[in-house]
Design a protein around this ligand. Structure first.
Ligand code: SF4
Length: 368
């Protein structure tokens, strides 16, 4: 039985060609960490992210150069682009005029209502959706003074900003209420989910480096997804954004919500391990980064226990003293010298892909 509750039915909006909310798959997004105006570098990073399965990309728009760069970037990428704007309504308008598919904005930060009205009118003209991005670091003063920096305050800010947009007859909205700790984040999203049927962008903000970031994101995003809350997710790490996308898919896979590409299982190694398993596992992961082959691979440290412990794997390798074995569904297929382990495994994965293609099977990541 699944531990994931039925997903809350939210309103569906479009971020360019990607649907978010309703019954659309939970979309994986990330954010570039290049200077947006450095068009070539930004495009190169987005291309790598596309390859890893990123479905929506957000770029920071700190100035007019960045807003102008959107035009050139958009021409060279295949996924929708969100312009991340703080404070300056003119940047929001310029980004939309240059082809941004969506905005991340905090209407409360834009200042006079008349400015926000201009942003909203432009969003309507260009069919651009807006994320109300409430963040514990930039709560409105009056809300923070009366409610503290709490989950209730985050939800209150979201409600205020949503109303502001709705009063302008704007409804293509998604919402996020991020804090840097898991408890406040989860509580705030639960409150917002009760308040609105708008789609939710879920994430823990400034989650941290690799270990803290992955742990907080897996817990925070995972708890919410298991509750049926969340329509698009962003894992936030102080790392190459590729790691954010990889982590996002692992969270979705762990909850059995979406799968993409190969699943690699590997043993933690113990005193029985006689090969450099860490190195092999890392090389296999790297080789399969952009793969969409729905194959379960096991990389195990010893011949004695490996095949039995990884019975459910389609293909597996296990190392011994100078020799290795290839196994499929727990059964040993052949033996070979340890030096060949990695190549044999990669060849078998290729064969698996060819057989899948011949039988008309689907690659993972294309169908959902
Ligand atoms: Fe140890 Fe072998 Fe199990 Fe790996 S597969 S943890 S080496 S017993």
């Amino acid at each position: 039985m699944s531990i994931v509750k039925d997903r809350k039915k939210t309103r569906q909006i479009n971020i360019g060609s990607v649907k978010v909310g309703g019954n659309a798959p939970i979309a994986v997004q990330s954010m570039t960490n290049t200077y947006t105006q450095a068009v070539d570098t930004t495009v190169a990073q987005i291309k790598r992210l596309e390859g890893a399965g990123c479905e929506i990309i957000r770029v920071a728009i700190p100035d007019m150069d960045a807003a102008s760069a959107v035009k050139k970037i958009k021409k060279q990428i295949n996924i929708p682009l969100i312009a991340d704007i703080h404070f300056d309504y003119k940047l929001a308008i310029a980004a939309m005029e240059n082809g941004a598919d969506a905005l991340r904005i905090n209407p409360g930060n834009i200042g006079k209502k008349v400015r926000m009205k201009r942003v909203v009118q432009c969003a309507k003209d260009y069919g651009v959706s807006i994320r109300v991005g409430v963040n514990s670091g930039s709560l409105e003063k009056d809300i923070e003074e009366s409610l503290g920096n709490t989950a209730i305050a985050l939800a209150k800010s979201a409600q205020r900003n949503i109303e502001l947009l709705r009063d302008m007859d704007f409804h293509d909205i998604k919402v996020s209420v991020k804090a840097s700790d898991v408890s406040r984040t989860v509580e705030a999203y639960r409150l917002v989910s009760l308040q609105t049927d708008l789609p939710l962008h879920v994430g823990v903000t400034e989650a941290g480096g690799l270990y803290a970031g992955i742990s907080k994101s897996a817990l925070g995003i995972g708890m919410l997804l298991a509750d049926g809350i969340g329509d698009t997710i962003r894992v936030s790490l102080t790392r190459d954004p590729i790691e954010e996308v990889r982590t996002a898919y692992e969270i979705l896979r762990a909850l059995d919500i979406r799968k993409r590409g190969a699943e690699i299982i590997s043993c933690p190694t113990c005193g029985r391990c006689r090969i450099d398993l860490f190195d092999i596992a890392e090389k296999v992961e790297k080789a399969l980064l952009e793969s969409k082959i729905p194959v379960k691979i096991a990389i195990m440290g010893c011949v004695v226990n490996g095949p039995g412990e990884a019975k459910e794997a389609d293909i597996g390798i296990a190392g011994g003293d100078g020799a290795g074995i290839l196994f499929k569904k727990g059964k040993v297929v052949k033996k070979f010298s340890e030096k060949k382990l990695l190549n044999v495994l990669l060849e078998e994965i290729k064969k698996f892909e060819n057989e899948l293609n011949e039988s008309g099977g689907k690659l993972n990541g294309e169908e959902d």
